[in-house]
Design a protein around this ligand. Structure first.
Ligand code: HEM
Length: 400
């Protein structure tokens, strides 16, 4: 070959080769960007430029909590994360990407709440663990996902057993051969592992997402069995503004998000007891209000931490719900929170507030929130003229 070349052309050839290499080096970032934006069309180009994967296709493992102490364990403070409380208050998706460590948050109420859940499942077998046939494999994958996750995240509480089982060291229960379980058999084991409920969704051939089953022991307000088999539109029928304002985005998000893109959100309600299966407030009729002898300091602010994952094998949509209950009295030292809650009730959208059953508790709660706010002003925690929407910034000041 060399002999065939005219040697006088060699310097020109070398310069040409250098120019081409320099151009390739300079272009590489752009080629990568193109490959990332249009993965299928540019997969060939991307492979020539770099052998590295362009996007993770699976989630990382959670970080182990090696010193986890169940007796003092707390969830993150959901008043301050995930826009649970906000002003102005509209119906929005209000969802955020979720770090995998936050999928399952165990706290010191674990044993009490697991015992409560077991009683509810035993007493209401037809309304706590249900699954349609199309969801059988999804239930198995949910269980296996937990069997993989829990010993990694909470090694002091859970241990993987040979043959794909799991030991719950806190409750003293072994669940062998989890990989063999599907449908409600798998869901029964799921109900013995974590405080969270799991609602399960599935996209059907008609392009809509349906509620196809789950472990729903602590919904608080609604009847699980009446919702199973329904589309997102039907499920959210009673939620003000949902179908008009956010249904399309919710369905699009649920269909499109990938296993490596979990997200979270949260919602809140005022309740009057710890009976998370069905709070007493949800059973009141007509104009009834909360019990006269229940002081508003003992009203309970229920935050549902809601997590969304898509499972890679079955495409099951997993909607986890962990209710976190705290008495209103615990807001006394949280700057602006009582004022914010009062503003949401006094000026928030009427329909949204009615959905939260405000008419059953508001008349007694508002004067109490005003008292807490006045006490915060008196103690110099707040000035009293702040914008309630800025409550997060004030917590930073208190901590500093
Ligand atoms: C598999 C997916 C889902 C299922 C099975 C589901 C199920 C439910 C159910 C049963 C209720 C109670 C309805 C009632 O009171 O009658 C509810 C309420 C609600 N859902 Fe969903 N949902 C799903 C996804 C979503 C998503 C992705 C969002 C928004 C990002 C969302 C937002 C809401 C809202 C705003 C409410 C009113 C209570 C609250 O503030 O959370 N849902 N959902």
């Amino acid at each position: 070959m060399l002999q065939l070349l005219d040697m006088s052309a060699a310097p020109t050839l070398l310069v040409a080769l250098s120019v081409v290499s320099l151009a390739l080096v300079a272009l590489e970032p752009r080629l990568r960007l193109l490959a990332r934006l249009f993965p299928s069309q540019h997969a060939g180009t991307a492979n020539k430029v770099s052998e590295k994967p362009i996007k993770p296709t699976t989630l990382p493992d959670p970080d182990p909590l090696l010193d986890f102490d169940l007796a003092t364990a707390k969830t993150r403070d959901h008043l301050y994360v995930n826009k649970t409380l906000r002003w102005p208050y509209f119906q929005t998706m209000a969802h955020q990407p979720m770090q995998i460590n936050n999928w399952i948050e165990v706290d010191s109420n674990y044993e009490r709440e697991m015992a409560y859940k077991a009683r509810v499942v035993r007493d209401h077998p037809d309304n706590t663990i249900l699954s349609l046939a199309e969801n059988d494999a999804g239930c198995g994958e949910l269980l296996q996902t937990l069997v993989d996750y829990l010993p990694k995240r909470y090694p002091t509480m859970f241990e993987k057993l040979a043959g794909d089982g799991i030991r719950n060291k806190v409750l003293g229960e072994d669940h062998p051969n989890c990989d063999k379980l599907t449908g409600t058999d798998a869901l029964h084991v799921v109900s013995r592992l974590v405080q969270d409920d799991f609602l399960m969704g599935r996209e059907r051939e008609d392009g809509h997402v349906y509620f196809v089953g789950g472990v729903v022991a602590i919904p608080g307000f609604y009847d699980f069995s009446a919702k199973v088999g329904k589309s997102m539109r039907e499920v959210h029928e009673h939620v003000p503004q949902f179908n008009e304002k956010i249904l399309v985005s919710v369905e699009r998000t649920l269909k499109r998000f990938k296993p490596e893109e979990p997200f979270e959100r949260s919602s809140w309600e005022i309740v009057d007891d710890l009976n998370s299966h069905q709070h007493r407030i949800a059973t009141l009729q007509g104009e009834e209000t909360l019990a006269e002898d229940l002081h508003p300091k003992d009203y309970i602010f229920r935050i549902d931490h809601q997590t969304f994952r898509k499972l890679p094998k079955t495409n099951a949509i997993i909607f986890g719900v962990h209710p976190i209950l705290r008495r209103l009295e615990t807001f006394a030292d949280l700057p602006l929170i009582p004022a914010l809650l009062a503003t949401v009730h006094e000026q928030g959208d009427e329909q949204l507030m009615k959905y939260k059953l405000n008419f059953r508790y508001q008349d007694k709660m508002l004067p109490y929130l005003k008292e807490l706010t006045q006490s915060q002003i008196d103690r110099g925690l707040i000035k009293g003229d702040e914008n309630v929407a800025d409550f997060r910034a004030l917590l930073e000041k208190v901590k500093a």
